[in-house]
Ligand binder design. Structure first.
Ligand SMILES: *Cc1c(COP(=O)(O)O)cnc(C)c1O
Length: 472
């Protein structure tokens, strides 16, 4: 009875008390148990950086929800049906029809993953003097905007910036802030406005339909196209159904179609809500922009009917885009994350509130108040979760975003978080119970955890390869 729904009413049409995994398992992959001594050795060898250890040594891998999903039997069957013709493959047309059905976009351009779509888009519309607003740029989106010499501006709401506040749509765009932004931006400097659903950098928090509509109205007045960074569009749509009253009885698919009907273009990482291990797309209403995008695509990704993907990948994406709209699936997915959050909160463990769609974020600053930011409380906690229970998480704090300024002073990140991201359809409730127990164990002996220092780091994106040592 543990995954019981928060609100009694069940909208999926099945009278059910426990929300169960809406699948049975046909193919299994063993996970690897290790002893504490073995994990100690793994950590030492990997310099206490969880990006530098072997996945084989991990018991439960919550590093990311990107590209880590389990495909369905129908997706694997689709892989065998893949048409690998260079041009005009049947698999492309199936993929194109599905993406068009959901997004309503005229031009559908496959790419090998989300950032490739971003790279093409911003190569065309970015450049020095340009400014791109977004509720919150994901890191690859920001990097692709800035790489062209343009500026990336985040406009989250005040609610969205408060990690303890419980509110329905903390991923929203600050629309008053956006209007102010347009008043100040030089004429012609804003090539497009983006909205990220769900708001990944903001904790996987959803964006309301009303907020997308208001943002669309502002953009229309300004004559600026609106784009969705749509990686978790289905999770966002299910949040809309649950939390935005007028959509309570609308099918998720119709909500998705309405979301996309409000925008002029889409970038998508299929590694998220298309439930595949690799893939993405760029979708555009503007024919002229699409023609230029296809020219770039041919240089970097491939011919426009495969764009860096095999025909079988396009089949799996088309199938995944159908499956992700299954409301039993979405209910189970969001409830799994919420359930872990609820148990942690009951135990007194500080988390970012409320639980988002794809991850729980532990608040390491509150979890380990005795470890100052320059000794990386998030790193300490993520190492402890691995040592204690073989769980891999991601530090999202001063290792990732902290800086040393020109005067040599350490500038910490705004928040010290540890993300437990949930791969799609991979783990069951007992895995989640186990994760809870390991976090609770670490919380019980939190005073004994120590900080870390950096012993070696690269000039950029240090979280991937930096080497650490415990402070003793
Ligand atoms: C993952 C992600 C991307 C980039 O997609 P990749 O497939 O990893 O290149 C862009 N935006 C958001 C919000 C994402 O979560």
């Amino acid at each position: 009875m543990i995954l019981r729904a928060r609100q009694g009413a069940d909208t999926t049409g099945v009278a059910m008390k426990t929300i169960i995994e809406p699948f049975k398992i046909k193919s299994v992959e063993p996970i690897h148990f290790t002893t504490r001594e073995e994990r100690e050795a793994v950590l030492r060898k990997g310099f206490y950086n969880l990006f530098m250890i072997r996945a084989e040594d991990v018991l439960i891998d919550l590093l990311t929800d990107s590209g880590t999903a389990a495909m369905s039997a129908a997706q694997w069957a689709g892989m065998m049906q893949g048409d690998e013709s260079y041009a005009g493959a049947r698999s492309f047309y199936r993929f194109e029809a599905k993406v068009r059905e959901l997004t309503g976009m005229k031009n559908i351009i496959p790419t090998h993953q989300g950032r490739a779509a971003e790279k093409i888009l911003f190569s065309l519309v970015g450049g020095p003097g340009k400014i791109v607003p977004n509720n919150s740029h994901f890191d690859t989106t920001r990097a692709n905007v800035e790489f062209t010499g343009a500026e990336a501006v985040d406009l989250p709401t005040a609610e969205g910036r408060d990690p303890d506040l419980i509110a329905d749509f903390k991923g929203n765009m600050d629309t008053a802030g956006l209007e102010e932004f347009f008043r100040r931006a030089p004429k012609g400097s804003v090539p497009l406005c983006m909205m990220t659903v769900t708001n990944n950098s903001g904790g996987g928090q959803p964006v309301s339909m009303q907020n997308i509509r208001e943002t669309r109205d502002i953009c229309r007045r300004e004559g600026v196209p609106l784009f969705l960074d749509a990686c978790r569009f289905a999770e966002n749509a299910y949040f809309i159904k649950k939390r935005e009253r007028e959509y309570a009885t609308t099918p998720v698919k119709a909500i998705v179609q309405e979301m996309f009907s409000l925008v002029d273009g889409v970038t998508m990482s299929a590694k998220k809500d298309a439930i595949v291990n690799m893939g993405g797309f760029l979708a555009l209403q503007d024919d002229e922009l699409a023609a230029r995008a296809r020219n770039l695509l041919i240089m970097t990704e491939g011919f426009p009917t495969y764009g860096g993907l095999a025909g079988r990948d396009l089949e799996a994406i088309a199938q995944g885009l159908d499956e992700v709209l299954d409301e039993h699936y979405l209910q189970y997915r969001l409830r799994s994350v919420e359930y872990l959050g609820e148990r942690l909160v009951k135990e007194g463990v500080p988390i970012m509130q409320p639980p988002g769609g794809h991850a729980i974020y532990l608040n390491a600053k509150k979890f380990l108040p005795h470890i100052p930011p320059h000794e990386f409380p998030g790193q300490s906690l993520s190492v402890a979760l691995f040592l204690e229970g073989g769980i891999r998480s991601a530090e999202i704090g001063s290792v990732m975003f902290g800086k040393t300024d020109a005067s040599g002073t350490f500038v910490p990140a705004r928040m010290e978080l540890v993300r437990l991201a949930m791969p799609r359809r991979v783990y069951t409730q007992s895995h989640i119970d186990y994760v809870f127990e390991v976090v609770a164990d670490c919380f019980a002996h939190r005073e004994t955890l120590k900080g870390y220092r950096v012993v070696e780091e690269p000039p950029m994106l240090r979280h991937f390869t930096a080497k650490f040592a415990p402070i003793t």
